[in-house]
Design a protein around this ligand. Structure first.
Ligand code: HEM
Length: 269
């Protein structure tokens, strides 16, 4: 009963964020002219800037830095990233090949740091939560409609991972005192305002807890300009441990804010 073996272990896909940073060596103009577009095409990756009716499973996205905010976990590779590339694929080899080729094409002018994870079925979500939190969520929109991208990598503490899955599950729902008064909203209710306007995507580490130096979760959000305040409000609400006690066990990496652009070249314009 108390074993993680009951949680879904199936891998639905793989994903990575390549954090790219200008270095003092080399010629950035040469990196900007690198044939990343044809590389992505050869690997069968569709551009998420224009996702179409059904967002593609094999995809690539280009994000240009707007800013970044440090948090509990020091991570200069994320905090200082000038650009981020997102890649999603059912085949881990696609990510390996894209990262190796990208690094070969753009170094030494641009350094590449890869954050990678897997997509699994949700752990704590039953039928009602599926309807409530997923079926009415905004799906990916074109970059022109939802230009903001936020990468928020994070881990949970050893204390969290020592809890069995049933106890961990309780943090996603409200809790009540003996008189039936709500004590804390928990993760899901705290974030309700974001369901309709924040696209969300979470990759998990292949093993939990993640190996040293890696994150347990790579969370990512997209939204329209008018909804940026909602993104910040939802994050602030999650961090309020009176409303959401789960966050007592969270250690966040930097929040990186980017702008979705249509192509590799546009990252540099
Ligand atoms: C925008 C509205 C949001 C909704 C409706 C929402 C809802 C949920 C739900 C239902 C789960 C449980 C998934 C499961 O069954 O495994 C979950 C997990 C998670 N959410 Fe959110 N969330 C939102 C925003 C956020 C934000 C802003 C962050 C981070 C800043 C975040 C970070 C996470 C993480 C890391 C997990 C996995 C936790 C774990 O398995 O221990 N969520 N979310």
């Amino acid at each position: 009963m108390d074993s993680d073996e009951v949680l879904a272990s199936e891998i639905l896909g793989h994903g990575a964020y390549f954090c790219l940073r200008r270095s003092s060596d080399g010629d950035v103009a040469k990196a900007a002219a690198a044939p990343i577009h044809s590389l992505a095409q050869r690997l069968g990756l569709r551009n998420e800037f224009d996702p179409g009716e059904t967002p593609p499973a094999e995809s690539i996205a280009f994000l240009r830095r707007q800013g970044a905010t440090p948090a509990d976990i020091d991570d200069d590779a994320v905090l200082q990233a000038d650009w981020v590339i997102h890649v999603a694929s059912k085949r881990p080899e696609t990510i390996t090949e894209l990262s190796a080729e990208t690094a070969r094409l753009i170094s030494p002018a641009v350094r590449v740091h890869v954050l990678q994870g897997v997509r699994r079925p949700p752990s704590y979500t039953g039928a009602a939560m599926t309807k409530w939190a997923y079926e009415r969520q905004v799906v990916q929109q074109p970059g022109t409609a939802m230009p903001n991208a936020f990468l928020v990598p994070m881990s949970k503490t050893a204390e969290w991972w020592r809890k069995d899955w049933m106890e961990r599950h309780t943090y996603f729902l409200p809790t009540y005192d003996d008189e039936g008064r709500m004590r804390a909203e928990g993760h899901a209710l705290t974030t309700e305002a974001g369901i309709a306007c924040l696209l969300r995507r979470t990759y998990r580490s292949a093993t939990h807890p993640a190996p040293d130096g890696a994150y347990d979760f790579l969370t990512y959000f997209e939204c329209a300009d008018r909804d940026v305040p909602t993104f910040h409000q939802v994050c602030a609400a999650l961090r309020d441990v009176k409303r959401n006690p789960e966050w007592r066990f969270v250690r966040e990496g930097p929040t990186w804010h980017g702008r979705r652009v249509a192509s590799w070249k546009e990252l540099f314009s």
